[in-house]
Design a protein around this ligand. Structure first.
Ligand code: SAM
Length: 234
């Protein structure tokens, strides 16, 4: 069933114009069609009760959550081209709470202040659509920051995937008991040594993702996939 993130006011669902277009033109919904609507993290089963004007009523609350118990923040050093879009989409599917695109020393893509809001709006839209598609209860936040700003974000357990790390396999370091986890992944050019030591001095642990050097997008998706499976294991 199609899911939308929207407002619910007095049992009436309020969709925006893009969602209405999607529901009526793309999904070809009819009178009586049912959808799921998430409002403030709560999932409602809803039904189209009138087509013109469009009216959608809530039927019941659905007691379901597909969220991880832990709050995950992914810091992904900005990559070239459409890789950032891919990462926002996949990180959303894999359950992160916060996505932070990072400008590091070897980041080729530089985002100036004029571009920043436009890029963030685009990433937020990608996150929203991915959250609807994979039926999450929350849409991750999306921000852009510099590597120096990473320590200002709180997490109980903090890891940096470092291509030169040989000895510390990532997933073996993760404890189920922590409530928040931060992961940092480098761009195509990797990290400067002083960036790694800076993050280590702020409590980050340098970890390995195996013997091969993965592309940055493979590294981020592998790290999150392994983490999600590990955390959801009972
Ligand atoms: N230019 C670097 C080099 O030649 O060594 C490789 C950078 S790699 C393409 C991009 C990012 O993915 C790295 O900065 C790191 O965060 C992550 N990564 C890739 N392979 C990794 C591995 N085996 N262990 C830990 N992190 C890895």
């Amino acid at each position: 069933m199609q899911r939308y993130f929207a407002k619910v006011e007095n049992n009436n669902v309020v969709l925006d114009s893009e969602q209405i277009h999607h529901l009526l033109r793309v999904m070809r919904a009819k009178l009586g069609s049912r959808i799921e609507v998430v409002a403030d993290g709560v999932v409602f089963l809803c039904e189209i009760s009138n087509l013109s004007p469009l009216e959608i009523k809530t039927i019941t609350k659905l007691e379901e959550s597909r969220e991880l118990k832990q709050e995950i923040t992914l810091f992904y050093c900005l990559a070239k081209g459409e890789k950032n879009d891919l990462i926002v989409q996949k990180a959303t599917e894999l359950g992160v709470s916060h996505i932070v695109l990072v400008q590091s020393k070897r980041t080729v893509v530089k985002i100036n202040d004029a571009d920043k809001n436009r890029k963030i709006a685009r990433f937020k839209k990608i996150a929203l659509e991915a959250a609807e598609q994979c039926k999450r209860n929350l849409v991750p936040s999306v921000e852009i920051c510099s590597l120096k700003e990473i320590p200002s974000y709180f997490a109980e357990a903090k890891f940096i995937a470092y291509e030169n790390e040989k000895n510390t396999p990532f997933i073996k370091q993760v404890n189920h008991d922590v409530k928040s986890i931060a992961l940092v992944v480098g761009c195509e050019g990797g990290f400067e040594e002083d960036e790694v030591s800076f993050l280590i001095s702020h409590g980050y642990q340098s970890v390995s993702l195996g013997k091969r050097i993965l592309r940055s997008e493979t590294a981020a998706i592998t790290m999150l996939g392994a983490l999600m499976l590990h955390l959801e294991e009972e």
